[in-house]
Design a protein around this ligand. Structure first.
Ligand SMILES: [Mg+2]
Length: 272
């Protein structure tokens, strides 16, 4: 199946989950669907029937509220069953609105409070090295987390320990709870900062599957013993035009008739 079709399916699973609750972080899920597709269906080694396989590459979701997006990818990967979509966010569901490692197969960490995911990833990457395990840790963090001091402590630690098995992915959607990230502490032009800290850094259009594949390949195969980061410029609500046009997209309410409209628009864009 093509990556375009995978990304489309991830967006569809997320929309169907959003419809269950009528609200949520659907804008983020639609924004990172292409990153998730390239992670799970181009870059990562995993076994759908054994989410704790020791040699698996790990995907650490630092931003727990993006869980709806990761569930969609885990469903598409066959790690979670599609028929649990109807339970999303309900009591006793394995898919709570914020990601919880103890609840969900494939949810490696409990992300949020924000700013801690990269630190956890650094510890895990160091642990894998000491166990001679060649798996890779992918850590998806947000532009809002670039304003957290703990993130930069982790950035320095990763360089200190020469963690070439760590790939950070920054979802730079220029949006956080209080407004544009560029009006807060993440000013844009982030790439030289990461480079100055000793990382192999790339910046790409995070909604361009081909560009993402090239960047992930370069990150995986970079020869220097340093950590890697891919700064991905993404569009909130990517793929659904009337949602993309909304001014406030951090946590959105979508009216019942609008879910149908969104799903219809998405169906019309189904790749062959
Ligand atoms: Mg953001």
């Amino acid at each position: 199946m093509s990556l375009m079709r995978r990304a489309w399916a991830i967006r569809r699973h997320a929309l169907l989950m959003g419809e269950v609750q009528g609200q949520g972080y659907i804008g983020q899920a639609l924004g990172v669907a292409d990153i998730l597709a390239v992670s799970y269906f181009h870059a990562m080694n995993f076994r759908a029937d054994n989410s704790e396989w020791e040699q698996r590459d790990r995907f650490y979701l630092s931003i727990g509220h993006y869980a709806i997006g990761l569930y969609a990818a885990l469903i598409e990967a066959g790690i979670l069953p599609e028929d649990e979509i109807a339970t999303y966010g309900m009591d006793d569901s394995r898919m709570p609105m914020s990601g919880m490692a103890a609840y969900t197969p494939g949810m490696e960490i409990t992300g949020g409070s924000l700013g801690h995911g990269l630190g956890i990833a650094v510890g895990a990457a160091l642990g894998l090295k000491r166990k001679k395990n060649t798996a890779i840790i992918y850590n998806l963090l947000s532009d809002g987390e670039l304003g957290e001091g703990s993130t930069w402590e982790a950035v320095m630690s990763a360089t200190q320990w020469q963690l070439d098995n760590l790939i950070a992915i920054v979802d730079f959607n220029n949006q956080q709870a209080d407004g544009p990230s560029r009006s807060a502490l993440a000013q844009g032009n982030e790439l030289p900062k990461w480079e100055a800290f000793g990382w192999f850094a790339q910046e790409v259009d995070g909604n361009d599957l081909d560009a993402l594949m090239v960047a992930f390949d370069a990150a995986r195969h970079h020869p220097e013993p340093c950590p890697r980061v891919i700064i991905c410029n993404t569009k909130m609500c990517c793929g659904i035009s009337f949602l993309e046009a909304r001014e406030k997209t951090h946590f959105i309410r979508v009216e019942p008739d609008e879910w149908a409209k969104a799903l219809l628009e998405h169906e019309e864009k189904k790749p062959l």
